[in-house]
Design a protein around this ligand. Structure first.
Ligand code: UD1
Ligand code: MG
Length: 419
């Protein structure tokens, strides 16, 4: 985070900070923290309607399971309101500590000189964890095996939230912060007692002579890389108002649809339970993220920070791992995979990599122009022409939704033939 000031704080410095922060809040350059409910309602409806239709009408979900999902849903709605309520309060506190960023895509306009509070993903993360922890009261009464993995998953998510916040505060160098998720994944890796086997694709059965392959520790290595990839890939597909949270919500909605389809189509109890487990972890993620998006949508009143990008990436990764659908998850992550591959020359320093790889903003027209930096944000601008920040974000999110639709299409074409 470029503008985060770090100081060693003596008592006089503390009062100086307090004074400065009072000025921040009361001066003209202080931010206006306003939720954008209309946009959130539209995004929420577009993303969640297919899932709700499938849950309530299309599939015949057992009453007991549906009841657990409903309780979790009500708690997730609570998470949305709690997040929207807490963010304006928390914003004042982070500004007081001089944790803010300037909106780079508005540089040169009055909005570009406003101090935008940073790291508000912290609120989303805390609300999410509280809901996910409390939900155990209503479920998992008889099946304690799930409890271990559920809490290990929460341990990893919590650890990642903490390390993301550490990164926001200390502004850790790029190469080091790439490895933070590998530390946070440890609780899950250590507690994971699920299967380590993969189904061999049917076309390969005759060549390999086996249908199932036990990967053993290699499977854990794969989990490890998945967690590192999901977190970092969301963090580098960022920098446009609403994009970090938006992509999380689109991917999460696709995961919900996938889960409810699997529950609806399967008759195996274990399999259903694995997918229900994913739903319990994803619904609160959507609720708390929508609350954050209300303030982060264009024009952003708050930034989410690496606290959010890392937290959300880890939450999605653990859900994919424990729900046993990590291949599908990677297909949902198609834009992130493309963005990562395209970014490789800059990430590995074959091509110079500036601190921010963002487009350039023209204060006269209010439009963004793609820079030479190698990421999807700039590529979209170069391919589809200059546009406003809000419409660029919508285009990128539409592409994310398209990737998810492609994944569902591919799954249905391959079903029966591939696995
Ligand atoms: C990653 C990207 C970087 C991108 C940044 C934006 C790589 C290697 N790194 O770095 O290119 O610029 O994310 O998040 O691809 N900001 C905005 N508008 C937004 C969101 C963020 O201007 O909508 C700016 C603010 O100044 C904010 C800063 O980005 O303070 C946060 O950047 P940070 O998350 O610390 O960057 P990285 O994750 O290191
Ligand atoms: Mg970041």
């Amino acid at each position: 985070m470029g503008d985060l000031r770090r100081r060693s704080i003596s008592s006089t410095a503390k009062s100086a900070i307090a004074e400065a922060s009072q000025r921040n809040l009361s001066s003209d350059e202080g931010p206006r923290i306003e939720p954008k409910y209309k946009q959130i309602l539209a995004i929420g409806l577009i993303c969640l309607c297919p899932y709700l239709y499938m849950l309530f009408y299309h599939y015949d979900v057992e009453d007991e399971l549906r009841e657990s999902i409903l309780i979790n849903m009500v708690m997730s709605i609570g998470a949305f309101f709690a997040t929207t309520f807490i963010i304006p309060v928390a914003s004042k506190y982070v500004l007081r500590r001089n944790m803010f960023g300037y909106d780079i895509n508005k540089k040169g306009s009055p909005q570009g000189s406003i101090k935008v509070p940073e790291s508000l993903g912290l609120v989303t993360g805390i609300v999410y964890l509280v809901v996910a922890i409390l939900f155990q009261l209503f479920n998992f009464t008889s099946d304690s095996i799930w409890l271990v993995e559920y809490n290990a998953a929460l341990g990893s998510i919590c650890f990642m939230l903490f390390l993301g916040f550490v990164d926001d505060v200390l502004d850790i160098p790029w190469r080091v912060k790439l490895f933070l998720p590998s530390i946070a994944a440890l609780p899950l890796l250590m507690a994971y007692a699920g299967h380590t086997t993969i189904l061999i694709p049917k076309p390969l059965h005759s060549y390999l002579g086996i249908t199932v392959l036990d990967l053993g520790w290699i499977y854990k290595l794969y989990m490890f890389f998945l967690a590192v990839f999901c977190t970092n890939s969301i963090n580098i597909h960022a920098g446009i108002n609403g994009l970090e949270v938006g992509q999380t919500i689109v991917i999460s909605s696709a995961i919900l649809i996938h889960n409810i389809m699997q529950i609806g189509l399967s008759s195996k109890d274990d399999y259903k339970q694995a997918h229900a487990f994913s739903i319990y972890l994803i619904q609160p993620l959507i609720g708390a993220s929508l609350g954050l998006l209300a303030y982060n949508w264009y024009p952003s009143s708050v930034f989410v920070g690496d606290t959010f990008t890392y937290f959300a990436g880890m939450a999605l990764a653990v859900v994919g791992i424990l729900g046993h659908f990590s291949e599908t998850l990677l297909l949902f992550f198609l834009p992130q995979v493309l963005n990562f591959l395209y970014s490789c020359p800059q990430l590995f320093k074959l091509v110079p990599c500036p601190r921010h790889r963002l487009p350039s903003y023209d204060p006269q027209t209010g439009l963004l122009t793609g820079s030479k930096d190698m990421n999807l944000v700039n590529l979209f601008l170069r391919l589809f022409g200059r546009c406003s920040e809000a419409s660029l974000c919508v285009k990128l999110l539409a592409f994310q939704a398209l990737a998810c639709a492609f994944c569902f299409g591919l799954r249905s074409v391959m079903a029966g033939w591939y696995k």
